[in-house]
Design a binder for this molecule. Structure first.
Ligand code: RB5
Length: 151
């Protein structure tokens, strides 16, 4: 899988751990994070870059990391075609794929230990969008909200 990864300064260390894990799992990943740690590397910049790259089909999935994951998630979900999920547990991680067809995973580096974060990444990448009609109907309605403002 081709995965776009991005972190702000708070998520930087967890991003390196996630990147190493992705390599060990055999995925290709590109790091959109700033090369130098800087408290002014505000999450909307890298968050929107990763989100756009996923929405444009350059990558299969995106993973975004900041302190809580919240700012990254809010930012990514402003990009049309992105369904970003903030996950702090493995049930939410696989459900966000199975029910919501999430294409971006957001993690909170100040919230999660590395072990749990990697389990979340593993389960999120392994899970597939359900084939059940009701989930497709609901995701289609989300897209209508995006394009038309309501469903
Ligand atoms: C940066 O201090 C922090 O606000 C950011 O990493 C993130 O938690 C925002 O949602």
């Amino acid at each position: 899988m081709r995965i776009a990864v991005g972190a702000d300064h708070v998520g930087y260390d967890l991003k390196d751990a996630v990147g190493g894990f992705l390599t060990r799992l055999g995925h290709e990943w590109t790091d959109f994070s700033p090369r130098v740690l800087d408290p002014e590397d505000d999450y909307p910049v890298v968050g929107s870059q990763v989100a756009r790259a996923v929405a444009q089909g350059e990558f299969d999935r995106g993973i975004l990391i900041c302190g809580t994951g919240i700012g990254m998630c809010m930012t990514a979900n402003k990009v049309d075609g992105v369904r970003a999920a903030l996950c702090g547990d493995t049930f939410s991680a696989h459900s966000s794929r199975e029910h919501n067809n999430a294409n971006v995973l957001c993690l909170g580096a100040r919230v999660l230990g590395v072990g749990l974060a990697l389990d979340i990444v593993r389960d999120w990448l392994a899970a597939e969008f359900s084939t059940e009609e009701r989930h497709h109907r609901r995701v289609t309605k989300m897209a209508l909200v995006e394009s038309a403002g309501s469903c």
